[in-house]
Design a protein around this ligand. Structure first.
Ligand SMILES: [Zn+2]
Ligand SMILES: [Zn+2]
Length: 280
């Protein structure tokens, strides 16, 4: 399994996942031109993408989903409530209903969704498995529920939201209603809550965690990473490798066949540039 973060933040989200000969995108929230450029930089022909998995209808997750679907004949996989809400925005598209909680096979990939608390109609996260390797994607999540924890439990790579630092948000420029919305159980996940979630996982297997969907205003990559690494250190947990996905460009890649922490991409942080096993 190969996974690339094409972008992760309020201006656009998309994750490229390759399972053998099967390619899927989780969300398609960048403008079409950026999606095409991102795929081209990894030599992925958009026509070879087998499905676009949709998490929810916010525009940073579906911005070009309709256009890409029509232009390249890529079916959307989405639950019916989200489809109903997003239908006008997406336009006429080929879509497959995926009932939340169900599993399906897409080519070589096993895909399951699970419910996620967020202020959209019916937000989901995804678990994607291929030949014993498991990816879990959970961004735009107000609070960590038991369902989220059990989805994350078996994952080798977890793409987890670390949206804001609570103090930065509370003391920052956002209007009160927006702060309240973000801090609510159906809003976005704080660095502290992301750290708690990571620390609650078992210590048996080596895991990789990509902190994702960081706020530009209320967080900083170094702060998000520091919060999680400090919590791991406090609990003496040494089997988790933490990286931060960039908001606006491809930044992290993971390959289940290669025994190293992260394959850094151009523009990624200097700490990611040397492949290292098990480092945090
Ligand atoms: Zn979002
Ligand atoms: Zn959202």
């Amino acid at each position: 399994m190969k996974v690339v973060s094409l972008a992760s933040g309020s201006s656009g989200n998309s994750l490229l996942v390759r399972c053998g000969e099967t390619t899927v995108l989780v969300d398609c929230g960048l403008p079409a031109r950026s999606m095409e450029a991102g795929l081209a930089s990894f030599r992925v022909n958009p026509r070879s993408v087998d499905a676009i998995l949709i998490t929810h209808e916010h525009s940073d997750h579906i911005r070009s989903a309709g256009v890409m679907s029509r232009r390249y004949g890529i079916p959307l996989v989405v639950n019916s409530l989200t489809m109903e809400t997003a239908r006008d925005y997406l336009g006429r598209v080929d879509w497959r209903e995926h009932t939340t909680g169900n599993s399906r096979t897409i080519g070589e990939a096993e895909v399951a969704s699970f419910p996620v608390p967020h202020d959209a109609t019916s937000t989901v996260g995804y678990v994607i498995a291929h030949r014993g390797h498991v990816l879990c994607v959970v961004t735009d999540v107000g609070t960590i529920t038991n369902e989220v924890l059990s989805a994350v439990e078996n994952a080798d790579l977890v793409v987890l939201e670390a949206n804001h630092d609570v103090d930065m948000l509370k003391n920052g420029p956002y209007p009160a209603f927006l702060k309240k919305r973000i801090l609510s159980d159906r809003g976005h996940l704080s660095n502290e809550s992301a750290a708690q979630a990571v620390c609650s996982l078992d210590r048996i297997k080596q895991r990789w965690v990509w902190l994702a969907h960081l706020s530009e205003t209320n967080n900083a990559p170094s702060l998000a990473r520091k919060s999680v690494v400090a919590a791991l250190d406090q609990y003496g947990i040494a089997n988790v490798c933490v990286e931060v996905a960039k908001r606006d460009r491809p930044s992290l890649a993971w390959d289940s066949d290669l025994a190293y922490c992260q394959l850094a991409l151009p523009g990624a942080s200097p700490q990611s540039q040397e492949p290292q096993l098990g480092r945090r």
